[in-house]
Write a protein that binds this ligand. Structure first.
Ligand code: ZN
Length: 58
């Protein structure tokens, strides 16, 4: 997974608007805001759709 840092800076969680942090091992972008959803990255393209996101384990 390769996400440019400038891109990460402009991306925001579509659910809560929080910042996203890459999880290289899982190929996901994880919300660092309040919802903690994890968004998949497919072919280096972040899929920032709430419907596609993985909810945090509770
Ligand atoms: Zn969020």
């Amino acid at each position: 997974m390769k996400i440019d840092s400038w891109l990460l800076e402009i991306l925001a969680c579509p659910k809560c608007g929080g910042p996203l942090t890459p999880d290289e091992a899982a190929d996901e972008l994880v919300c660092a805001g309040e919802c903690r959803y994890a968004y998949p990255v497919r072919d280096d393209i972040p899929v920032l759709l709430v419907d596609e996101a993985r909810a945090p384990a509770t």
